[in-house]
Design a binder for this molecule. Structure first.
Ligand SMILES: [Zn+2]
Length: 442
């Protein structure tokens, strides 16, 4: 009876369970002798050939850590003469722990810190880190996310370095993260995608290595620059004009303008009455700022165009205004960027990212950048990519035959349904990941 409490049928519990404040030690031994010799494969003709005490860690009981003290036997085969330690079905030999404990550590290390998991089990952090590492590389070989039709390429700072992040724009999921954003890395990763011909659009920032890589590996795909990256440059230009005006201002005025700079960056039609008034006051007193501000607003107006033809017209008009203005220097980087990336920038009108997409990805980028809990890049990447709870899956098709089967057969098993009708995995769901990041669970 008491043996079944352990739930490991190959062991029986011996007398003398010890318990202290944190830990429980249970003495056990195996129930039966081996049936076959692991060396020659012949059936049981063994004699005992010594033993040793071995502690095997197991799942906690009543929040106390559990050690199973096994009196482990060694046998000698009468047929071939070889000696061997008894084999244990439920034990992971490499870690001296039960397989069920290992499984629990693997799962929990995905969403808890390694220190937390280590303390609850009673091993050091390094062991947890190693288990996690093995588990992550297993998952790396195992996992397969569906190829996006519309791929997003962004970068995300993890441990002070820009890393490549690939996403499925339509499904709002993360497809992969790589340690750097070099051209070779992008080429390599894109080449690994088996059915990459399915990728029709690639949205990215104005970063030449991305574009080159996509043109090489996915020559059929259309490159699209996200509007966000372009209009951001107009705000930067306006910001540089504001800063250049500081020299001729009193300290007090300078501070006020710094505090109120957000009014300048917002769209005019989004301002409330008070902010509109403040804006008019600033622009009335600072003609250069007014000019830079109008250029910023007019640049945004390009993006309100109904199609790319109209947008290109608006841009030509805007460009003329800009180069004949006093702030042409502040806007020269923007002009250069649009001139160099024209086709890709105006492709935006064919394939627009939604605000929700851009906001989600920016939120993920900010939150992950903020996290510095002492993980290595590989660990953080694995925690994001391989945590099944974060995955967005496609449900299998409705399959009526399974219902008939259920009615005919008492021992119907739902596993049969999914085995025949495998669901797709789109990758890490943005909104679930954001929720976990906000809670600090990673
Ligand atoms: Zn043998």
């Amino acid at each position: 009876m008491k043996d079944s409490l352990l739930g490991l049928s190959e062991f029986k519990i011996l007398e003398g369970i010890q318990e202290n404040e944190n830990d429980i030690l249970i003495r056990i031994e195996t129930n039966s002798n081996p049936f076959y010799c692991p060396h020659c494969g012949r059936p049981a003709k063994f004699y005992r050939h010594g033993n040793r005490k071995q502690v095997i860690l197991d799942l906690p009981i009543r929040f106390k850590r559990v050690g199973l003290q096994l009196n482990r036997r060694r046998y000698k085969c009468r047929e071939c003469g070889s000696t061997f330690w008894e084999r244990l079905r439920s034990v992971e030999e490499k870690r001296s722990m039960t397989k069920r404990l290992l499984k629990s550590i693997e799962e929990r290390s995905m969403s808890k810190t390694f220190v937390e998991v280590a303390e609850s089990v009673g091993v050091d952090e390094k062991t947890i880190r190693n288990i996690f590492k093995d588990y992550a590389s297993l998952k790396e070989r195992e996992y397969h996310f569906e190829t996006p039709k519309w791929l997003g390429i962004d970068e995300i700072y993890i441990i002070r370095k820009p890393r490549l992040i690939l996403s499925n724009v339509e499904r709002r999921t993360i497809f992969d993260i790589k340690p750097n954003r070099n051209k070779e890395t992008v080429i390599q990763r894109l080449t690994e995608i088996g059915n990459r011909h399915c990728i029709e659009y690639v949205t990215m920032d104005m970063w030449k290595p991305y574009k080159d890589a996509v043109n090489i590996v996915l020559p059929h795909a259309k490159v699209v620059i996200d509007k966000f990256h372009v209009v951001r440059m107009a705000n930067q230009a306006l910001g540089s004009v504001r800063k250049s005006l500081k020299a001729n201002m009193s300290a007090k005025k300078r501070r006020t303008l710094l505090r109120e700079r957000f009014i300048l960056l917002k769209r005019k039609h989004d301002l409330n009455e008070r902010d509109s008034f403040l804006l008019e006051t600033w622009l009335g007193n600072l003609p250069d700022l007014k000019e830079a501000y109008e250029l910023k607003e007019q640049f945004y107006w390009i993006w309100d165009a109904p199609d790319s033809y109209e947008a290109r017209d608006r841009y030509r008009y805007w460009r003329q205004l800009c180069v004949s203005s006093n702030c042409k220097d502040a806007y020269k980087d923007l002009i250069k960027a649009v001139d160099n990336w024209q086709d890709e920038i105006f492709n935006y009108f064919d394939k627009r990212l939604t605000n929700a997409y851009t906001e989600s990805i920016n939120s993920i980028i900010r939150q992950v950048e903020r996290m510095g809990r002492g993980y290595s890049f590989d660990a953080l990447r694995a925690k994001i990519l391989f945590n099944e709870n974060l995955h967005k899956k496609r449900k299998p098709l409705f399959n009526s035959s399974t219902f008939n089967k259920a009615m005919l057969c008492d021992t119907f098993n739902w596993h049969d349904v999914t085995d025949h009708n495998i669901a797709g995995n789109y990758g890490v769901d943005f909104s679930t990941l954001i929720k976990e990041l906000e809670k600090g669970d990673l």
